[in-house]
Design a protein around this ligand. Structure first.
Ligand code: GDP
Ligand code: MG
Length: 441
């Protein structure tokens, strides 16, 4: 899912990241690209307009243009705007103080209500709740059978009765859950191909009779703008408390996810990502934003790094690298900085799983190695630290003795240092556009 949107956004932002400085023009052009990418992903045009306007204002702000890493800053802005659009914090189900809590699932026919009822029942039961399911879709006998089959497969109870009146059925099921100690009642309702008045009246009655505060709209992400429009209509009639966005495993372009919250003001609470009953996830705005931008937790990493290294210091290092003046002493400083970020494996684990840094997240790091590297550099004379080229064979032997490490390790360090210089040079030219030279450890 979201592949084309991610690809386009990533490409645009990659171009920006490569720039040491960005100008107004760069930002304007990128905004145009972002706008196109969102429209192509089927995001509602009003949402796109506001999104880009707000982004542009921030991106053209002093902070970004003057920053050392303007491209990165823009990426961060895009990500923050996406998170904002998607609702910032995950939105949880509200349970009543006095159980049972009724949860009514509504939506168009085929959107995934019945499947989601089963998925949610299982999810709740795994959370330690005791859910009961009921279908009020009395118009199609097959609908009742469908939920019964799901209940059997999940080994979770489904309420049935003689009644063929949807509101009556819901009331009976509610009384049954209270009497039998079920703490959640999931009400799977009938759907229509289009929203119609009779159905809305029926759903509204069910909501009122059960005093249901959780009314979840089940919307099919594959239907794009239609899902958004019907969500707006359902919301107008039903006071929705949230959305379950289904079929995000398919080739949905993602526009629905990005528009629903903004258009309805209703949070996405869960997403359906497959036909299996396990395929239900709590919706995390930040994770989806990250996924769209294909960036793993790299922003957390940037934030951490920002906390450790101050900009001025970073500027000095960058200048040194550009002028080829990066020394072993600087290398040692950098090693110390990196270690301050935390255990290295954890740091590498935050890198994106795709792109040029692919695979680095799985590298095993021996923390002791870092201490050894530092010991070796400490055993060098200031002159050696300032210019690695003087470190000949006899000096290497002396350094090895002084640090208590084998000569082979000293050799390796010098080699690594040379490679790191090379790599940093290409990083300083914008690493996301280029392949990284292989690291030697
Ligand atoms: N791929 C995929 N299919 C889903 C998902 N949710 C539901 N479906 C499928 O969508 C179809 C309609 O689902 P159903 O629950 O009967 O929809 P209802 O008419 O709203 O009750 C079924 O074939 C489901 O297997 C999902 O998250 N991913
Ligand atoms: Mg159904």
């Amino acid at each position: 899912m979201f592949e084309s949107l991610s690809e386009r956004l990533q490409k645009t932002l990659r171009n920006l990241k490569g720039e040491g400085r960005v100008s107004d023009r760069h930002v304007q052009e990128s905004m145009r690209e972002i706008r196109m990418a969102l429209l192509e992903a089927d995001v509602h045009f009003k949402v796109v307009k506001e999104f880009v306007a707000s982004l542009k204002e921030k991106a053209l702000g002093e902070d970004v243009l003057k920053s050392l890493t303007p491209g990165q800053q823009v990426v961060k802005l895009v990500r923050d705007e996406l998170v904002e659009l998607l609702g910032r914090e995950p939105s949880e189900l509200e349970f009543k103080k006095v159980p049972p809590t009724p949860i009514v699932l509504v939506g168009l026919q085929g959107s995934g209500k019945t499947t989601s009822t089963g998925k949610l029942a299982q999810w709740l039961s795994r959370q330690g709740r005791r859910p009961l399911m009921v279908s009020t879709d009395v118009y199609r006998p097959a609908a009742l059978d469908q939920l019964r089959v799901i209940g059997e497969a999940l080994e979770l109870p489904v309420f049935e009765s003689e009644s063929r009146d949807p509101v009556q059925l819901a009331k009976e099921a509610f009384a049954h859950s209270r009497n039998m100690g079920f703490d959640v009642l999931l009400v799977d309702t009938a759907g229509r191909l289009h929203i119609d008045d009779a159905l809305m009246t029926e759903l509204e009655q069910i909501r009122r009779e059960l005093s249901a505060e959780e009314v979840l709209l089940v919307a099919d992400a594959m239907t794009g703008q239609d899902a958004v429009n019907s969500a707006a209509e359902f919301n107008r009639r039903m006071q929705l408390s949230g959305v379950i966005l289904t079929k995000l495993d398919g080739d949905a372009r993602g526009g629905a996810a990005l528009s629903i919250r903004e258009v309805t003001g209703t949070p996405i609470k869960f997403i359906g990502v497959g036909e299996k009953y396990e395929a239900l996830e709590v919706f995390h705005p930040d994770r989806l934003a990250g996924r769209i931008l294909g960036m793993g937790d790299v922003l957390t990493l940037i934030e951490k790094a920002e906390g450790v290294a101050d900009e001025e210091q970073a500027r000095v290092v960058m200048d040194k690298i550009r002028r080829d003046e990066f020394t072993l002493a600087d290398f040692r400083d950098q090693l110390r900085q990196i270690r301050k970020l935390g255990p290295l494996e954890q740091v590498l684990g935050m890198l994106p799983k795709m792109g040029p840094l692919r695979g680095l997240d799985k590298v095993k790091i021996d923390e002791k190695q870092f201490a050894h590297l530092e010991a070796i550099i400490n055993s060098m004379t200031p002159k050696e630290r300032a210019s690695y080229k003087v470190i000949n064979g006899s000096r290497r032997k002396r350094i090895a003795k002084g640090s208590g490490r084998p000569v082979s390790e000293v050799n390796r360090l010098v080699k690594q240092f040379i490679q790191t210089r090379k790599m940093m040079k290409s990083v300083s030219k914008g690493f996301l556009g280029k392949k990284l030279p292989k690291l030697g450890w």
